[in-house]
Write a protein that binds this ligand. Structure first.
Ligand SMILES: *Cc1c(COP(=O)(O)O)cnc(C)c1O
Length: 401
C-alpha cells in the first residue's frame, strides 16, 4: 500500500498492524503451578483445511470459545475426576446445570419425578417451563426410598434427587431410588451441592448424572456463579453438550480460573466447615429457644443412618426451627448477630444466615409441619468459638428476657 492511499492521516500505516498483532515469545522454561486463564471467542486454525474440518475433532477439539478454552477444559477434567465420572460440563450457574439436564433428557409426553424438598427455583422451572413443553411433572416424598417404584411408569424418563433437601435437609436413599428407576429405564440425576464430591459421589451411589452448584463450596468464595454436570456415559454427555450448544451456554474463562483456585482449598475449607458446623448444631440443640436442628450428622436426625452409610462427611450448612412462641422475635435475633451475615447462597468463607420460608407454596407432595421460617446457617472459615458466641447471641435475643 503506497503512502498516498493511507486514509489514517497522522498514523504510520504499519503501526496499525504492529498494534494489533502481539509478537510470539518463547515459552521454553516457563511452567506455573496455577492454570492459566486463557480467554478466547475466536480460535484460529493453521490453514483453510483445518478450519473446514473444525467440527470433526471430537470432544477434545477446540472450535469456538463458547465451547471451551483450555482453562475451562482443565476445570471440567478436574471436576470429572473428583466426581469419579468420565465427563463434566460446566454451566453458567448451578440452576442452569439442573435445567440443562432436564431439557436434554425430557421430551413432550415424558414424566419427571422431583423431590418435594427440591431447590425451589427448580420447582419454578418445572411448573413454569417443563409443563408448558408437555412434560408431566410429579413431586414425591424425598424420604420415599425404594417405594418410588410405585410412582414409576413407562413415561418416567428422569428421577431427580437432591440430598440433603434444600433447607429441610431430608437425606434421600439414592441407591434404592436409582435401582428402582433403572428397572424401568429412567435416568437419575442428583443435586450434590451440599456434600460436594468430597463427601458424596452420586455416580458411585447409582446416579447417572451428578449436578453441582459450583457457586457454593467448590468455587467457595461467594464471588462467582457456576454449575457442573458430570456423567460417566459418553452418549449421555454428548446429549447434554449438544443441548448446551443449542441453548448457547458459555462460561467465562475468568470464572473457570477462579473456580480452579477455589478447588485447591476445597478439602481444607470443607474440613473446617464440617467440624465447626457439627459443633454449632450441637450447641444450638442445647438451647430451649430452638425446637429442632436439622443436621445429618446428629444421631437424632431422621436421615442419619442413610447419611452415615452413604456420605463420608457433612458440610457446614444446616438449619433450625425456632420455638413457636418465639417466631416473632426472629428478625430481631437475626439482626443481633455480628459475624453471620444475612444473605442468600452458602458455601463461602463468610458465615451466612438466612430465614427460609417453607410454609408457602414450596410443598405439594408432603406436609411441612412447622410454622415460621427455617433458619439456614452456612458456616464459614472464621474462628469457631466466635461463631458459637454469635449463635448464642442469636438464641439470647430470641429468649424471653
Ligand atoms: C444454590 C443452589 C443451586 C443453584 O446454584 P446457583 O449457582 O445459585 O444457580 C442448586 N442447588 C442447590 C441445592 C443450591 O443450594
Amino acid at each position: 500500500m503506497s503512502d498516498n492511499v493511507n486514509p489514517f492521516a497522522g498514523i504510520e500505516a504499519d503501526s496499525l498492524t504492529a498494534c494489533v498483532h502481539a509478537p510470539q515469545i518463547s515459552r521454553t522454561g516457563f511452567k506455573a503451578v496455577s492454570v492459566a486463564t486463557e480467554r478466547a471467542s475466536t480460535i484460529i486454525f493453521p490453514d483453510a483445511d483445518a478450519y473446514a474440518r473444525r467440527n470433526d475433532g471430537g470432544l477434545e477439539a477446540y472450535s469456538y470459545g463458547l465451547h471451551g478454552t483450555p482453562t475451562r477444559r482443565t476445570l471440567e477434567a478436574q471436576i470429572a475426576q473428583l466426581e469419579g465420572g468420565r465427563h463434566a460440563l460446566v454451566t453458567p450457574s448451578g440452576l442452569s446445570a439442573i435445567t440443562l439436564t432436564m431439557l436434554a433428557i425430557l421430551s413432550p409426553g415424558d414424566t419427571v419425578l422431583i423431590p418435594d424438598s427440591v431447590y425451589p427455583p427448580v420447582r419454578d422451572f418445572a411448573d413454569g417451563h417443563l409443563k408448558r413443553q408437555g412434560v408431566t411433572v410429579r413431586y414425591y416424598d424425598p424420604c420415599i426410598g425404594g417405594e418410588i417404584i410405585r410412582l414409576l411408569d413407562p413415561t418416567v424418563k428422569l428421577v431427580h434427587t437432591e440430598s440433603p433437601g434444600s433447607t429441610s435437609m431430608e437425606i434421600q436413599d439414592l441407591p434404592a431410588i436409582a435401582e428402582a428407576a433403572h428397572s424401568i429405564g429412567a435416568l437419575v440425576s442428583c443435586d450434590n451441592s451440599w456434600a460436594t464430591p468430597l463427601y458424596f459421589r452420586p455416580l458411585e451411589a447409582g446416579a447417572d448424572i451428578s449436578l453441582e452448584a459450583v457457586t457454593k463450596y467448590m468455587a467457595g468464595h461467594s464471588d462467582l456463579l457456576m454449575g457442573s454436570v458430570s456423567v460417566s456415559d459418553t452418549e449421555l454427555y454428548k446429549r447434554v453438550v449438544q443441548s448446551a450448544k443449542h441453548i448457547g451456554f458459555g462460561v467465562s474463562p475468568d470464572d473457570c480460573g477462579l473456580a480452579l483456585r477455589g478447588l485447591q482449598t476445597l478439602a481444607l475449607r470443607l474440613d473446617h466447615a464440617a467440624r465447626t458446623g457439627l459443633a454449632l448444631a450441637q450447641a444450638l440443640q442445647g438451647r430451649e429457644e430452638i425446637a429442632e436442628v436439622f443436621h445429618p450428622a446428629l444421631p437424632q436426625f431422621p436421615g442419619h443412618s442413610i447419611w452415615q452409610r452413604d456420605f463420608s462427611g457433612a458440610s457446614g450448612v444446616f438449619s433450625a426451627i425456632v420455638a413457636d412462641e418465639l417466631i416473632d422475635r426472629v428478625p430481631g435475633a437475626l439482626d443481633s448477630m455480628e459475624i453471620f451475615a444475612i444473605g442468600a447462597s452458602w458455601g463461602g468463607t463468610h458465615s451466612l444466615v438466612a430465614p427460609m420460608d417453607l410454609v408457602s407454596g414450596q410443598r405439594s407432595a408432603t406436609a411441612w409441619p412447622y410454622n415460621g421460617p427455617v433458619i439456614r446457617f452456612s458456616v464459614g472459615a472464621e474462628n469457631p468459638l466466635a461463631l458459637e458466641a454469635d449463635l448464642m447471641r442469636f438464641c439470647d435475643a430470641l429468649g424471653k428476657s
